[in-house]
Design a protein around this ligand. Structure first.
Ligand code: ASP
Length: 368
């Protein structure tokens, strides 16, 4: 659709009166747009499993993180800085499976995964199976900014973190009584790892800034009771995280193995990127022609956007395919046209979004 002119392709007068000045003004307005979406994990999040106190606590944590990111974007800050600060806030909150509050491995240790991507130049950084760093998202960012690599793992990544001067913590920093209780229950075979994993998960943020740039980041403790150095989708660029100014920014949460197999984050961005020129062509066909058979208006790419419904459909299609493979979970998205939203196939997802259009909302259950 033409930006700000939702579905009005029928009027030749409309097109012919659209002056260059108006078009330039539209562009400026578009550049001034910002949006952000966040998640704190997806899973079997039903009302009967969450106390009213926990519900309030989670919503407050999501709102706090969202406000931190929104304030940066409002002030003209970068999407990269907004998502970094937002994710740090969620990592520091013990309610989420990232940083403090990360789940335990089979060996009762914490192995944290994180990744970050800048949609303006496709630069990316990721770390897998790390510990010792207070905020894994800062280590992923340091890999992106200060190393020639995209992904570091284990002890080497821990060493890089110390060399970068990032804040270090002792192993007990991540532990919470709740997570200890979960791992003991899993080890005692009282519950399966799948039962605990999909309630309180991974955190992530995606954003689009006033400068037109996009960024995405994800951070997690992975799956409770994971063994053998298992690594999920969260640190895998293209699976758990992806950002590309030409299409979207995505952060995922859920059963990581399936997100890796489908390359969920990149798949959504690729479909949006490829749908866009086709949609422009289709829209052009609806523009009236003059008596010589020429279009009365030629749609320029810079003034065309995919509709909210089209974006949602693409995200939902990929999540539906994930479900067909056997995977559970969801994603958050932001687009260059200001949309910010979610798609998930679980009962609920801790989530929130804010835009320059004045929206700020958080939600937990699927029916909200
Ligand atoms: N995707 C994460 C993993 O597989 C877990 C989660 O999002 O809850 O490690």
């Amino acid at each position: 659709m033409i930006r700000n002119l939702f579905g009005l392709f029928g009027s030749a007068i409309l097109f012919s009166t659209m002056t260059a000045a108006a078009s330039a003004q539209d562009d400026m307005e578009e550049e001034a747009n910002w949006s952000i979406a966040i998640h704190g994990g997806a899973g079997t999040i039903d009302r009967d499993k969450i106390t009213p106190e926990k519900d309030t606590e989670i919503r407050a944590a999501l709102n706090k993180a969202l406000t931190i990111g929104s304030d940066i974007l409002k002030d003209g800050g970068t999407a990269m800085n907004a998502i970094t600060a937002t994710i740090i806030s969620l990592e520091n909150n013990p309610n989420f499976n990232a940083g403090k509050g990360a789940v335990f491995t089979w060996d009762r240790t914490n192995e944290l995964d994180s990744s970050i991507m800048d949609g303006s130049d496709l630069s990316a950084g990721a770390v897998a199976g790390i510990n010792g760093t207070k905020n894994p998202i800062l280590l992923a960012r340091a890999v992106k900014d200060n190393s020639p690599h995209v992904m570091l793992s284990g002890e080497g990544a821990n060493q890089f973190s110390r060399e970068q001067g990032l804040e270090q913590v002792t192993p007990d920093y991540y532990a919470t009584p709740h997570r200890l209780q979960q791992i003991e229950a899993v080890l005692a075979r009282e519950i399966s790892a799948a039962d605990v994993d999909y309630k309180f998960g991974t955190v992530g943020a995606v954003a689009h800034d006033r400068g037109g740039n996009m960024a995405a980041g994800t951070s997690t403790g992975g799956m409770t009771g994971k063994r053998w150095g298992r690594i999920g989708d969260s640190p895998v660029i293209g699976a758990g995280t992806y950002a590309d100014n030409r299409s979207c920014a995505i952060s995922a949460t859920g059963s990581g193995e399936y997100f890796i197999r489908l390359g969920v984050a990149h798949e959504i961005c690729a479909r949006i990127r490829m749908r866009w020129p086709i949609a422009i062509e289709e829209a052009q066909l609806t523009v009236p022609k003059d008596e010589d058979g020429n279009y009365t208006y030629i749609i320029h790419a810079s003034e065309f956007m995919l509709s909210d419904a089209e974006i949602q459909q693409i995200a939902d299609d990929v999540i539906a395919e994930l479900g067909e493979l056997g995977g559970d979970g969801g994603i958050i998205y932001a687009t260059p046209w200001g949309q910010a939203g979610y798609s998930f196939n679980t009962a609920g997802m801790y989530r929130g979004r804010a835009t320059s259009e004045g929206e700020q909302s958080v939600a937990i259950y699927g029916d909200e």
